[in-house]
Ligand binder design. Structure first.
Ligand code: AMP
Length: 418
């Protein structure tokens, strides 16, 4: 029979890793909640149009990487490749512009891109995202960058680089793109075939090319940062000044291109040397035209997305934390009901409790107690004994109700010994 496996590019997250993920999400919750970001969730699939219009028809994501399917009524649906477009769709649908602005939300969940799988790049991956919608105040751009930096720091990713740029307004960008296209056409013979084929569709991608000829041409290319309108330049300077004030170093990178069309003004990305080719831990930017593009009122917004798989990869292996555990062993086979009842009682009292559930011998049960890291084992036989697993000392409990206080004293002894 054919062996069944998880689909290509997807990951089974086994318990130890799953717990680490939950911790990263809990850290994000803590950091973002302190800054007023509330959790919010949208569906894992949306009408394909949300991404086609939101992310942009000419992007690699929409052209090549979406998992798109038809439902039984023939509607085109897509597994979300990113979060912002869906959140903006929901913001419009629920009239959230009527709430006090900015609306600050965050979420964590699965995203899907049909990319070639490699280290740090999956077809299903998990992102933490945060968005601040309804204000173009530069303090929001700086705030989100600093919050992401704090989450990455607390998650243990180690040193990282922050690349920062501004894409200006849509108009400036459109004029600049025409200028760049003219420049690329004039030097067409020196460019890679791929870049040449996409001059009209996505000339910015030329900055990302690996091809040496293209790279040489791009050294002389006009830069959008030099073309910013006065108010955009001022906005960018304000963001940078706030980051400087907070002491967060950043590299100005005028060639920073993000793979989504909706960005305006600030764009940023955090990279780690620990990650190899897929170096981005997370990034984001401002999307002041997106909500209007999706049919809402003109509304500015800014956000970030960070990949949990990449965060954990950069953080490296860590020994899992042992949680103080109690084990219930049975010296007599007919103690099963009492063990079950006592486990319930201890759990309700707040003890992390495991019990024998695989028919082991007494020796096997004590070995299992060690395996789960129990500091105490309750042995049910003719009497109820509480065994301190480090000293081996045993104390008799007068009744099941007496067990919690004996466990507490063992735990306190352990805690003061370490
Ligand atoms: P993006 O919206 O493409 O900038 O993605 C934001 C973040 O999500 C990236 O910085 C990565 O950490 C993560 N990410 C994006 N695509 C993938 C992928 N295919 N596999 C794993 N993580 C990803």
């Amino acid at each position: 029979m054919k062996k069944l496996q998880a689909p290509r590019g997807t990951l089974d997250v086994l318990p130890q890793d799953a717990r680490r993920r939950l911790k990263v999400i809990a850290t994000a919750d803590e950091v973002l909640s302190r800054a007023g970001y509330e959790p919010m969730e949208t569906p894992v699939f949306e009408d394909t149009e949300v991404f086609a219009r939101g992310v942009g028809e000419s992007t690699d994501i929409v052209q090549k990487e979406m998992f798109t399917f038809e439902d039984k009524a023939g509607r085109s649906l897509t597994l979300r490749p990113e979060a912002t477009a869906g959140i903006c769709r929901a913001y419009i649908e629920h009239g959230m512009h009527k709430l006090a602005q900015p609306v600050k939300v965050w979420y964590a969940g699965p995203f899907f891109r049909h990319e070639a799988p490699q280290a740090g790049r999956f077809r299903q991956f998990t992102q933490i995202d945060a968005e601040a919608i309804g204000s173009d105040d530069p303090s929001l751009d700086a705030e989100l960058i600093l919050l992401l930096d704090e989450i990455l720091e607390l998650a243990g990713t180690g040193p990282r680089r922050l690349r920062l740029s501004s894409l200006g307004s849509r108009d400036t960008r459109a004029e600049y793109l025409e200028e760049l296209k003219r420049f690329l056409r004039a030097r067409e013979d020196e460019l890679s075939e791929e870049v040449r084929a996409r001059i009209d569709q996505n000339p910015l991608r030329a900055f990302d090319a690996d091809h040496p000829g293209t790279q040489a041409v791009m050294k002389e290319a006009p830069l959008l940062l030099d073309r910013l309108a006065a108010d955009d330049a001022e906005h960018f300077a304000a963001v940078r000044a706030l980051l400087d004030m907070a002491g967060l170093e950043h590299e100005l990178d005028p060639t920073l291109v993000r793979g989504l069309d909706y960005y305006t003004r600030t764009v940023f990305e955090f990279e780690s040397d620990r990650l190899g080719a897929q170096a981005a831990l997370g990034g984001g930017g401002r999307y002041d035209g997106l909500i209007e593009e999706l049919g809402g009122p003109p509304t500015p917004g800014v956000g970030f997305a960070a990949g949990i798989e990449r965060i954990l990869l950069a953080a490296g292996d860590v020994t899992p934390e042992r949680q103080p555990t109690v084990f219930i062993a049975m010296a007599k086979p007919d103690s099963g009901r009492l063990a079950f009842q006592l486990a319930g009682l201890l759990r309700r009292e707040g003890f992390r409790t495991e019990m024998e559930q695989a028919g082991r011998s007494m020796k096997g049960q004590l070995k299992q107690a060690d395996r789960v890291g129990a500091y105490a084992t309750v042995i049910l036989g003719d009497t109820i004994e509480v065994k301190d697993m480090s000293s081996g000392e045993q104390q008799e409990a007068s009744s099941p109700a007496d067990v919690p206080s004996l466990l507490r004293s063992v735990h306190e002894r352990e805690a003061s010994a370490t």
